[in-house]
Ligand binder design. Structure first.
Ligand code: ADP
Ligand code: ADP
Length: 224
């Protein structure tokens, strides 16, 4: 379980990106952070990942502050909006990288690369370098690299935002099934209300740095 306790984030002197956020991420839930561009979604994910520090407030994991735990010592798998792939490695090598780094054996790596590239529809691109991919293909590789390994928490920042509607719907469904299958804890950001309702066990509505509502889709949907 992760808890944000009164997390406040300012950039520079004037820009407030998050305003005293109190939010719990429960074990094994699919939590969607929903809000328009600029709401503070990426900032919130970066704080959970340890890439960014809150200006004030605390982040707890199972009751202990993790603010002083460096990102590499946390077990968060992150897919960024701007797909940071290794340009000198092929798609297959990019996918295998987090597994190799954790000492997975060859057979397990092959099996996972096959499964994840199948889910994401990138099985035919494994030999290619990222420079030869479209934006949507790169985004799928970045997502694959994040979800291919076991992790304490998966932080997915608009991971299907650049895909066309058909692909987005397919991957959305597969991602949800995979998360359930793995009993994974996922925090997923989106600007799409449909996507939030389709994926979230719970949805946190963020607007201009304020947490406006948190609840199950049905609770939010039926709100007057
Ligand atoms: P979202 O992911 O919901 O689009 P962000 O967390 O990226 O929102 O940004 C929240 C607000 O903080 C926005 O107004 C954005 O312009 C601002 N912001 C984000 N990163 C920085 C930064 N490094 N420096 C200054 N302002 C930033
Ligand atoms: P948003 O644009 O808010 O992200 P969606 O991507 O969920 O919304 O939906 C966009 C449109 O695609 C909707 O009208 C939705 O009904 C439609 N749609 C639903 N299922 C599919 C599918 N499997 N393939 C393509 N389009 C779909």
């Amino acid at each position: 379980m992760y808890e944000l306790k009164s997390v406040h984030k300012r950039y520079g002197l004037a820009k407030v990106a998050l305003r005293k956020i109190d939010l719990t991420v429960r074990d094994r839930e699919f939590l969607v952070i929903y809000g328009p561009a600029g709401a503070g979604k990426s900032t919130l994910l970066n704080i959970l990942a340890g890439i960014s520090k809150p200006t004030s407030g605390d982040v707890l994991r199972n009751g202990s502050s993790i603010l002083r735990v460096p990102p590499e010592k946390r077990d968060a798998a992150m897919a960024f909006e701007n797909y940071a792939l290794y340009s000198h490695l092929s798609v297959g090598e990019n996918l295998a990288f987090p597994l190799k780094a954790r000492g997975f054996d060859r057979a397990e790596i092959e099996a996972r690369v096959k499964r994840i590239s199948g889910i994401l529809g990138i099985g035919h691109l494994l030999e290619r370098r990222p420079g030869f991919l479209s934006g949507g293909q790169r985004q799928r590789v970045a997502l694959g690299r994040a979800i291919i390994r076991p992790a304490d928490i998966y932080l997915l920042d608009e991971p299907v935002g650049h895909l066309d509607a058909k692909l987005r719907h397919r991957i959305r469904a597969e991602l949800k099934a995979l998360a359930e299958d793995l009993a994974a804890t996922v925090v997923f950001t989106t600007t799409s209300s449909r996507e939030a309702l389709a994926l979230g066990d719970r949805i946190a509505v963020l607007n201009a740095g304020r947490l406006e509502q948190v609840g199950k889709p049905a609770d939010l949907y039926h709100r007057p």
